[in-house]
Design a protein around this ligand. Structure first.
Ligand SMILES: [Zn+2]
Length: 245
């Protein structure tokens, strides 16, 4: 069995907050955890993050992880046309490629909300894979050379009560899975939301949604550590997505 751990590197809870605590405080904890187990993951990065803190991108790559693209400033690509998307994705890759020694192979649409033409656009831009469509769907424009790695919807269960036990059982029955996480999940989002937003904001912005904050921070890191450790005992391979191409 193969597991790919993927992380979207962007601001905290995009569209709701303008803070970067996940980047400054959460990401180092995630990188340390992966180092502890000598596991390599895939990090989908926005161009904006690379511009404000290029050292973050370099330090992820230096540890042997894969850097991939995730838009310029986390744009909702399904609302944009082909040439607008092309401009964003090309620039995103250019910014990241200038910082990275390894070739950039992959893309993931922000909000997992890709336009239907995304695979053919990625093919046109000479990418190797996409990880944006939640399930293998018939209704996107397929592109022969683009591999699709659908991200699993299970990831949020890492933070729900009893979710981890359910998750572990289901995942260990599969052949392969792509799990996706965010650096803000490794910090206490409840505390951050209380500091950064008013009660009215919380309702207006939909932040009462528990998946935005529940069991973020220590609980998330504990569950992730325990999951990796159980997987290693079962001799499961952890591979960055580029190694599946
Ligand atoms: Zn994202």
């Amino acid at each position: 069995m193969k597991i790919s751990l993927t992380f979207d590197i962007e601001r905290d809870n995009p569209n709701f907050l303008d803070t970067y605590k996940g980047l400054t405080e959460g990401l180092p904890k995630i990188l340390k955890l992966l180092d502890d187990f000598k596991i390599k993951g895939t990090f989908f990065c926005t161009g904006f993050i690379a511009r404000i803190n290029s050292n973050v991108i370099r330090s992820i790559e230096r540890r042997g992880h894969e850097i991939a693209c995730h838009g310029l400033d986390h744009e909702r690509l399904s609302k944009l046309n082909y040439s607008e998307c092309k401009k964003i994705i090309s620039r995103n890759r250019e910014i990241l490629q200038n910082l990275c020694e390894s070739k950039i192979y992959g893309f993931r649409a922000p909000f997992l909300d890709p336009p239907q033409f995304l695979p053919s656009l990625l093919e046109n831009l000479d990418f190797s894979y996409d990880s944006s469509f939640k399930k293998r769907r018939e209704n996107y424009e397929s592109a022969n050379s683009i591999l699709e790695f659908p991200p699993s919807q299970f990831s949020v269960f890492f933070r729900f009560p009893f979710g981890y036990q359910f998750l572990r059982k289901r995942i260990f029955q599969m052949d392969s899975i792509v799990l996706y996480f965010h650096p803000w999940e490794a910090i206490n989002m409840r505390k951050l939301l209380n500091n950064e937003t008013t009660a009215v904001d919380l309702i207006k912005k939909g932040l009462f949604r528990p998946d935005r904050w529940i069991h973020t921070g220590r609980k998330f890191l504990t569950n992730l550590r325990s999951f990796i450790s159980d997987s290693i005992i079962k001799k499961i391979n952890f591979l960055p997505l580029r190694d599946l191409c």
